[in-house]
Design a protein around this ligand. Structure first.
Ligand code: SF4
Length: 247
């Protein structure tokens, strides 16, 4: 599909969803009496799992954290959570793949448990919670809100289909209620993501401040317990470290 075709199709779908949304109540009721309700935008997840294999960072919201806490599964998600510094300067909490992609023909290298692969390099990798062998989401009942609304997004004003090639688009069997549920979920995702984006910078700052303070406190405690001999050795090391290096 060319970029132009894709854009046209995207805008057609957008108009259809908007049309459903903006229909005056009387008109909708009159129509409902005269004919069977028929949603123009139709979608049904085919469980092709294409999105799980190709989506970029999956944003996590307070809704997800609350769900996981209630279901006692937070620990299962912890290794995959990371802060993503977005190109626009904002930050998101996201699901991040653990390992860098294995290049074809490349020998498997031993993993450095503390190695930091820049998250940008990992964004094209499949979701860490997708099991390719079994072709299934490992956390389906606890999957993030973002996965529940995909491929529909709401930006506070308009709905957008973010992946017009998603195999579920055009599938029959979507009732008006299903469409309403999907729109409501997309709206909820927008609301939850906005809340998260407002709170996250404050929370990360608070946590870093707390970690710094704890480290300083631990250092000061360790220093106060040092013998005079050890302290003078440490002073010597620090003094040498500050001396200008010979060229
Ligand atoms: S969490 Fe599950 S549904 Fe969401 S992208 Fe990952 S594998 Fe797919």
């Amino acid at each position: 599909m060319t970029e132009n075709n894709k854009n046209e199709e995207e805008s057609e779908i957008k108009d259809e969803i908007k049309e459903e949304e903006e229909q005056p109540k009387e008109e909708t009721e009159a129509k409902a009496e005269s004919e069977e309700p028929k949603a123009k935008f139709t979608f049904k997840c085919t469980r092709s799992d294409k999105c799980c294999l190709t989506r970029g960072p999956i944003p996590i919201t307070f809704w997800d954290l609350e769900l996981w806490a209630r279901n006692g599964v937070v620990a299962n998600f912890m290794p995959y959570l990371d802060i993503y510094n977005k190109p626009d300067g904002g930050i998101d909490l996201v699901l991040k793949p653990l390992a860098p992609p294995q290049k074809e023909g490349e020998e498997e290298k031993p993993r450095d448990p503390f190695g930091t692969v820049p998250i940008e390099e990992l964004l094209e990798v499949k979701c860490p919670l997708y099991n390719k062998e079994k072709s299934e989401c490992l956390v389906y009942d606890n999957r993030p809100l973002s996965c529940r609304t995909y491929p529909l997004e709401f930006d506070g004003k308009n709905f957008t289909v973010v992946d017009v090639e998603c195999p579920g688009i055009g599938e029959e069997g979507m009732s008006k209620e299903d469409l309403k549920d999907m729109r409501d979920t997309a709206k909820q995702m927008f609301y939850e993501l906005t809340r998260m984006r407002i709170a996250l910078p404050v929370l990360t700052q608070l946590v870093s401040q707390k970690v710094m303070m704890d480290l300083m406190r631990q250092n000061m405690e360790a220093m106060s317990k040092m013998s005079d001999e050890d302290r003078s050795k440490l002073d010597e090391i620090l003094r040498k470290g500050q001396e200008p290096q010979a060229e």
